[in-house]
Design a protein around this ligand. Structure first.
Ligand SMILES: Cc1cc2nc3c(=O)[nH]c(=O)nc-3n(C[C@H](O)[C@H](O)[C@H](O)COP(=O)(O)OP(=O)(O)OC[C@H]3O[C@@H](n4cnc5c(N)ncnc54)[C@H](O)[C@@H]3O)c2cc1C
Length: 440
């Protein structure tokens, strides 16, 4: 049975607040030739752009093929929350790989964010970057989790830094300084994390990569890979032969790389943007102008945009069918947090796919000799994709130290393969939903 393509015949960026506010997108040609390069990257999201940029900075001849437009996928539509860390805790990583590896991942989590802050500065990318992030608790059990999270940060991350970021546990009585809502009973504020306009950032990375000589092709979907000594990829009207191929296609690669498909499951997640709020109202809602997430399995996330809209995201679907009315569904959730916005108009509503991994840990690996890949960012990839790109570039350049450690993490196949992964996952998710409902 042929499944519906997640590409959905898309031709341009999805209609979102980001597409409407990013300014004119750079345009790159369609591949209509047979070319030969040192490295070919497939996928023009954060992961692919990061690989391409890192390699171009080191003088490699790189081509990047994007099926639609640069950052058409998750990278151009996400919550813009720059969050350090991994879904597997450092204690768990230490017991699987040893404490040196866990410390390495803690350092990489910080480096991932620094890549964003550094590139925005170095390449003069105007993308509304701000510092500050709040992890919000709705009940006592969430606070226990958050306290543990803060201790973990101290133990694994901040203990290694000369100048740890300001971070603090916030009690209920102080919540007014952070958010104007009764929904949360406290949380954790961290200035190391932050938020940005993801599409502006990705477009800036693409312009920087092109300026360094990366040949970027849009509307150039890879339809076949030949696994020769020098791999070759084919699009409808051209081909690229390369020493190394790096696949960064999120869940859109589909039958181009069937083996990768069994290790991730596409899931939809959704966002809305309100009309611009008066500046003083936006400031009252989120006085610290930070990104916020709660800690449930299926969580709410939100922040205020540069033009004072509330950008609110959440929900997850596993069936491939979006909610009938995204704006209405998401507005209901937004009003649970900010009932005072009941009279505010919703200007944009959209969704996108994330690539869930069984253990929610991003993968870096080798599909075949000279064919590398990364995937499995599990809804949490704005920062991790940047460092995954750098680590894959290191591997291409012959420095395999960090790649080897990362590649050692078990990456499970979804039980039941692509056919049964959804029912199996839904069962697992119901468990987490009930756990959230009961209080974790
Ligand atoms: C609504 C939403 C909100 C999110 N919010 C956050 C958040 O706030 N913070 C956070 O950390 N993460 C968030 N995420 C997750 C984050 O956006 C992703 O993990 C990250 O952007 C993944 O980047 P990527 O480069 O792997 O994939 P993508 O950005 O999806 O890029 C993959 C690209 O590959 C291209 N491609 C695929 N197959 C082919 C092919 N055969 N040929 C050519 N091109 C191909 C696609 O067209 C696509 O452009 C969110 C995701 C969504 C959808």
């Amino acid at each position: 049975m042929k499944s519906r393509s997640l590409f959905n015949n898309a031709n341009t960026h999805t209609d979102s607040y980001y597409a409407a506010s990013a300014g004119s997108a750079p345009t790159f040609p369609k591949l209509q030739d047979n070319i030969d390069v040192e490295v070919c990257v497939v996928g023009g999201g954060f992961a692919g752009l990061s690989v391409a940029l890192e390699l171009a900075e080191q003088g490699k001849k790189v081509a990047l093929l994007e099926g639609v437009k640069v950052a058409w996928g998750a990278s151009g539509r996400n919550g813009g929350q720059i969050i350090g860390g991994w879904n597997i805790g450092y204690d768990a990583l230490a017991s699987q790989l040893g404490s040196d590896a866990a410390f390495m991942f803690a350092r990489m989590a910080e480096e991932a964010k620094d890549i964003i802050y550094d590139r925005a500065e170095r390449y003069n990318i105007d993308c509304d970057i701000k510092r500050g992030y709040f992890l919000a608790a709705m009940k006592r059990a969430h606070l226990d989790y958050i306290e543990e999270h803060a201790q973990t940060l101290d133990k694994w991350t901040y203990s290694q830094m000369d100048k740890p970021h300001k971070h603090t546990l916030v009690a209920r009585k102080d919540m007014g300084e952070y958010l104007q809502t009764d929904r949360y009973i406290g949380g954790h504020y961290d200035e190391g994390n932050g938020h940005l306009h993801p599409l502006k950032f990705a477009m800036g990375e693409a312009r920087a990569a092109a300026a360094l000589g990366v040949k970027i092709y849009e509307h150039s979907k890879v339809i076949r890979i030949d696994r020769n000594d020098r791999p070759m990829v084919h699009t409808a009207e051209g081909s690229v032969t390369a020493d190394k191929l790096v696949l960064c296609g999120n869940c859109y690669l589909e039958d181009v790389a069937p083996k990768l498909k069994t290790k991730i499951m596409p899931a939809g997640t959704y966002m809305i943007a309100t009309e611009p709020l008066p500046a003083h109202i936006a400031q009252q809602l989120v006085p610290k102008d930070m990104a916020t997430c709660d800690v449930r399995h299926i969580l709410d996330y939100f922040r205020v945009s540069a033009d004072n809209r509330l950008l609110f995201g959440g929900k997850t679907t596993y069936t491939g069918a979006d909610p009938k009315d995204i704006a209405r569904t998401m507005r209901r959730d937004m009003l649970k947090v900010f009932p005072q916005l009941a009279h505010v108009k919703i200007d944009y509503a959209w969704g996108g796919y994330i690539d869930l991994a069984v253990n929610r840990m991003p993968h870096v690996g080798e599909l075949h000799e000279n064919i590398l890949y990364t995937q499995g960012f599990s809804g949490f990839g704005v920062a991790p994709t940047q460092i995954a790109g750098r680590v894959l570039a290191e591997k291409v350049m012959g420095n395999t130290e960090r790649y080897d450690v990362w590649n050692d993490i078990n990456h499970f196949t979804f039980p039941g393969g692509t056919l049964l992964r959804k029912p199996g996952f839904l069962l697992g998710s119901s468990y987490y939903y009930i756990r959230d409902f009961l209080g974790r």
